[in-house]
Write a protein that binds this ligand. Structure first.
Ligand code: NAP
Ligand code: ZN
Ligand code: ZN
Length: 350
């Protein structure tokens, strides 16, 4: 077994603290990655605080992992020692069921092995995430990080990137479309970058007027404050597509009013509580309210290659791991521009 330094939450109410875990020795199809950077997703907070239920402790969060391949099993063909590699939200799936065959491993019928707060496919061995010095993963779930993508800024692509790229592709975001991005955080800022790169006319819908200049710098053509009720009247029937990244409860009906007939609102944010949707909010205008969950491995690789081509990475604030609890508090106060990324080298400092 490989002794691995990490930071873990011992319970839903305890701060993260140093923790030593054991990774398996790499098998024939496994890749051992020395982790360099790990992004901090709002899902890490939801899960470490057991806001979605069913949390497993101790929990080592982190599913935006970038590092160098240190060792590969004899059957590995996808990566070689020294390559820059990534791991996102998943580390295994059956690869044989209908969704797996359709490259939608996140919906594996047998149950996907998530990167943390989950188990390996034996349903016993807990999985631990990227707030740690190394990870062992079967090659299918390791991504190739193109040379030229700055590694710290690329880490958040593994979750925030794919989660916003995938619905924009699925709902055919294209030149001239009117796209509204709801919430300017980790996911939201990636959604703006991708929608702009795809040629859309992007409006930022935010509760924080202090973020207007940033939204415009990211490429948004307009910025509207959603704390002002007038915004919802002014923008009625405006958008082809809304990407909703809000992590807290809010009224979906108000946002649906801003769609044009036949428009689509995609939920990617996961507020802990359900929210009512009136039938008329959808019936008036044949509107669609849909969801989207990360993306499959092939699409994640496509997204990384797209980012290399279009020079897209995340806007990050690099932090030492010792500041992780403070980073969570700052995210809860909406004080992140726009993704915290942990410099994993600082783990050695304890
Ligand atoms: P984040 O960086 O904390 O950003 C969330 C943004 O939502 C904030 O920046 C803020 O934007 C807005 N917001 C927060 N509280 C709000 C409130 N009470 N009312 C209105 N707006 C509020 O979070 P993130 O990492 O981007 O994650 C966002 C959500 O997506 C989380 O729920 C996360 O679990 C989920 N997620 C889902 C998937 C998936 O596969 N579907 C993948 C990753 C994450 P403004 O200041 O601009 O208003
Ligand atoms: Zn995430
Ligand atoms: Zn499967």
């Amino acid at each position: 077994m490989l002794k691995t330094l990490s930071y873990a939450a011992a319970t839903a109410s305890s701060p993260l603290a140093p923790f030593t875990l054991e990774r398996r020795e790499p098998g024939p199809h496994d890749v051992l990655i020395d982790i360099l950077y790990c992004g901090v997703c709002h899902s890490d907070i939801h899960q470490a605080r057991d806001e979605w239920g069913g949390a497993r402790f101790p929990m080592v969060p982190g599913h935006e992992i970038i590092g160098r391949v240190k060792q590969v099993g004899p059957k590995v063909t996808k990566l070689k020692v020294g390559d820059m590699a990534g791991v996102g939200c998943m580390v295994d799936s059956c690869r044989d069921c209908d969704p797996c065959r359709r490259q939608l491993e996140q919906f594996c019928e047998k149950g996907v092995a998530f990167t943390y707060n989950s188990t390996e496919l034996d349903r016993k061995t807990p999985t631990y995430g990227g707030y740690s010095s190394q990870v062992v993963v079967t090659e299918h779930f390791a991504l190739k990080v193109p040379e030229g993508l700055e590694p710290a800024g690329a880490a958040p692509l593994l979750c925030a990137g794919i989660t916003t790229y995938s619905p924009l592709k699925q709902w055919n975001c294209k030149k001239g479309d009117r796209v509204g991005v709801v919430g300017l955080g980790g996911l939201g800022h990636m959604a703006v970058k991708f929608a702009v790169a795809m040629g859309a006319e992007v409006t930022m819908l935010s509760t924080s007027s202090s973020k207007e200049a940033d939204a415009r710098r990211l490429g948004a053509q307009a910025f509207e404050n959603t704390k002002d009720e007038g915004t919802f009247r002014k923008l009625a029937n405006r958008f082809d597509l809304l990407i909703d990244t809000i992590s807290a409860p809010h009224d979906y009906n108000k946002y649906l009013r801003m769609l044009r007939p036949l428009g689509t609102m995609v939920l990617v944010g996961v507020p802990p509580e359900p929210a009512p949707v009136g039938a008329f909010s959808l019936i008036n205008g044949n509107k669609r309210l849909v969801g989207s969950n990360i993306g499959g491995i092939a699409e994640t690789q496509e997204m990384l290659d797209y980012c290399a081509k279009h020079k897209i990475v995340s806007d990050i604030e690099l932090i030492p791991i010792q500041k992780i609890n403070e980073a969570y508090e700052r995210m809860m106060r909406n004080d992140v521009r726009y993704r915290f990324v942990i410099d994993i080298a600082t783990l050695k400092q304890g």
